[in-house]
Design a protein around this ligand. Structure first.
Ligand SMILES: Nc1ncnc2c1ncn2[C@@H]1O[C@H](COP(=O)(O)OP(=O)(O)OP(=O)(O)O)[C@@H](O)[C@H]1O
Ligand SMILES: [Mg+2]
Length: 223
């Protein structure tokens, strides 16, 4: 059984997941907590190879099912190799994206049946269910503006998608993804917490920290 605390960061590109996940990691380490940082896709040797395939522009025409299975394969490695062992050790695990990304992007975004994603997710994650998931909410345009403003940015798979789909009538891909995240907040409000990401880094971090501190206090009182 897991003993540690599992915190995940979710949201559209450029919403600030990596920034906030790393700020929280640094903060917890400074306070003396055993905390580790991991990210998806990636996080392990095999995961890094899968990440390369997923983000390679040459693979743009990839079948949506292949894409979903690759994300899940990367996650399976990360869960077995990194996340579960750390949680069993009582560590705090911070993950930059996790299974809600698959629900939001491949499910709500691409239109893959949510039940199928849930089924595979159970197989892949086992006990590794996040205790807190921060959904950093921002308008797609704002997030993309942030991402493209800072130039060492190569991972443009979903941004490309966004720009292309702009020309097609109907709802934009990233709008559907954002809607998906909002549905997850409605359905799992105890775990998935919406944070207004359209604020300064410091203010966003303040909102996150107050929730994390609360959880740590409650856990301390339990033990
Ligand atoms: N609150 C903020 N206000 C303004 N800029 C921000 C804020 N948070 C992060 N940024 C900047 O926006 C850019 C995107 O942030 P970050 O890389 O953390 O987003 P992300 O959610 O991890 O994106 P991706 O999904 O593409 O990995 C970075 O250059 C970061 O410094
Ligand atoms: Mg990031």
């Amino acid at each position: 059984m897991k003993k540690g605390l599992f915190i995940t960061f979710e949201g559209l590109e450029g919403c600030g997941k990596t920034t906030q996940a790393k700020m929280l990691h640094r903060y917890l380490i400074k306070q003396g907590f055993p905390a580790i940082f991991t990210k998806e896709p990636g996080g392990t040797k095999i995961g890094k190879k899968i990440r390369k395939i997923l983000l390679d522009q040459k693979n743009e025409g990839m079948d949506y099912t292949t894409e979903m299975l690759l994300f899940l394969a990367s996650r399976a490695e990360n869960v077995r190799e990194v996340i579960l062992p750390a949680l069993k050790d009582g560590k705090i695990v911070i993950s930059d994206r996790f299974y809600d990304s698959t629900m939001a992007y491949q499910g709500y975004g691409r239109g893959i049946d949510l039940k199928i994603i849930q089924y595979f997710t159970q197989l892949v994650v086992g006990d590794a269910i996040p205790d807190i998931t921060f959904f950093l909410d921002i308008q797609p345009e704002e997030g993309l503006k942030r991402s493209t403003m800072f130039s060492n940015y190569h991972e443009i798979r979903f941004e490309e998608e966004f720009i292309k789909k702009k020309k097609i009538k109907g709802r934009l891909f990233l709008d559907r993804v954002r809607e998906g995240y909002k549905r997850l907040v409605e359905k799992e409000g105890k775990r998935v917490i919406r944070i207004n990401a359209n604020q300064s880094r410091e203010k966003v971090f303040e909102d996150i920290l107050s929730i994390v501190k609360d959880k740590l206090d409650r856990n301390k009182n339990k033990s």
